[in-house]
Design a protein around this ligand. Structure first.
Ligand SMILES: Cc1ncc(C[n+]2csc(CCOP(=O)(O)OP(=O)(O)O)c2C)c(N)n1
Length: 360
């Protein structure tokens, strides 16, 4: 017998939970304090936006919402390396990356308020980004389609797409990996391993030791990083994006984190989460460790923290005000976003909706 294939999965962490650098030779960003302070502020923005979204939902002003509490370093980290013309293909817990790539907080609220205008991103950078995918793993295939188009046009761009670890059990995900591998597509697959798929713990999701290794079967480079360490996420994403833009093909990055919130506003995680998990999780969360690191390097203070929180909360509030004050669209608008030309049957339904709307 001969061994015909062997593999190993690397795990990278630079910043530990105490905010201490684990190496004397970290990536450049570890000493770029202006950049780190900006990323810290951006993570705080996502955390506060999620808090606001919950408040809006609990007061009947928003539909279901999936917070990213505890996983902010993943989306902020990888989307911060995206160029203006790179394309983001997000999933429903992808608001950190979306906002980082130019989607407004108002648009996030509009989407979860059931308003299609939340998918019509105004910022040029986000114009070609995809709307949120709620059906699990469909976004993985969409991302490969976008990357194929870039390849056919000879463009030096790349695609980022995110998926939960539970979503990697879906067939679409494996199909996307396969085609990305065999066609050498410029896609970066981010697996947000937050340990839970609603109430299914990661230990019941797969017999694999890592989610990263799923890419091995598709011939794709892959690795694990500490998803609570924004330096590790940023560095892995930076290299993967450069490789993808330069024809080097796809990469899968599994980011290990923990969901510190309910699955969505419709969930109650206390019914299935083991005692103590949250308490332990809050000690390792991404904002705290970056703050400790910045403070240890005399780059942060209570005053700066308060100023930053005031700034992001004002921004969120003004976006929430715009969202709440935006006049609702007429009922027939729900037919206007899927087809360039409506099929006859849908046209008739649209007319019925218009007639009913006029009676009210
Ligand atoms: C095709 C499909 N099947 C089932 C669902 C219902 N569903 C919504 S979220 C979810 C769990 C996903 O967990 P994971 O992929 O780990 O991502 P997370 O929500 O934890 O970020 C399921 C099964 C869905 N949205 N789409």
């Amino acid at each position: 017998m001969t061994i015909v294939a062997k593999f190993e999965i690397k795990y990278t962490q630079y910043l530990d939970e105490n905010g201490e650098l684990l190496t004397n030779n970290p990536p450049a960003i570890a000493k770029d304090f202006d950049c780190l302070k900006k990323l810290y502020r951006d993570m705080a923005l996502v955390r506060q936006m999620d808090i606001k979204a919950y408040a809006l939902q609990r007061t009947g002003k928003l539909g279901t919402y999936a917070a990213a509490t505890g996983q902010e370093a993943i989306g902020v980290g990888y989307a911060s390396v995206m160029n203006h013309d790179d394309v983001l293909v997000p999933y429903y817990r992808g608001q950190a990356a979306m906002v980082q790539h130019g989607v407004s907080v108002e648009e996030v609220f509009l989407f979860w308020g059931g308003d299609e205008r939340g998918c019509d991103f105004k910022n040029e950078m986000a114009k070609q980004d995809f709307p949120i995918a709620v059906p699990i793993a469909t976004q993985s295939l969409h991302a490969t389609g976008v990357a194929k188009a870039m390849q056919l046009r000879g463009e030096k761009r790349c695609v980022f797409t995110e998926i939960g670890e539970g979503g990697t059990s879906q067939g679409d995900f494996y199909e996307a990996l396969n085609v990305a591998g065999i066609w050498n597509l410029g896609v970066v697959f981010i697996v947000n391993n937050n340990q839970w798929a609603i109430s299914v713990p990661s230990g019941l999701q797969t017999a694999c030791k890592t989610y990263a290794q799923k890419a091995i079967a598709a011939g794709i480079d892959c690795q694990q990083v500490d998803g609570n360490d924004i330096i590790a996420v940023h560095e892995a994403a930076l290299k993967a994006a450069e490789k993808a833009r330069n024809g080097g093909g796809p990469t899968l990055i599994e980011c290990i984190s923990l969901r510190l919130c309910d699955h969505t506003t419709a969930d109650d995680a206390s019914r299935y989460r083991p005692d103590g998990e949250l308490e332990e999780g809050w000690k390792k969360e991404p904002l705290l460790r970056l703050r400790k690191y910045l403070e240890a390097n005399s780059q942060w203070s209570e005053v700066l923290e308060n100023e930053m929180l005031t700034e992001v909360n004002q921004l969120i509030q003004s976006n929430a005000d715009n969202y709440e004050n935006l006049a609702a669209q007429p009922p027939e608008a729900m037919f206007d976003y899927l087809y360039a030309e409506l099929p006859e049957r849908t046209l008739q339904q649209r007319e019925v909706a218009m007639a009913r709307g006029a009676k009210q």
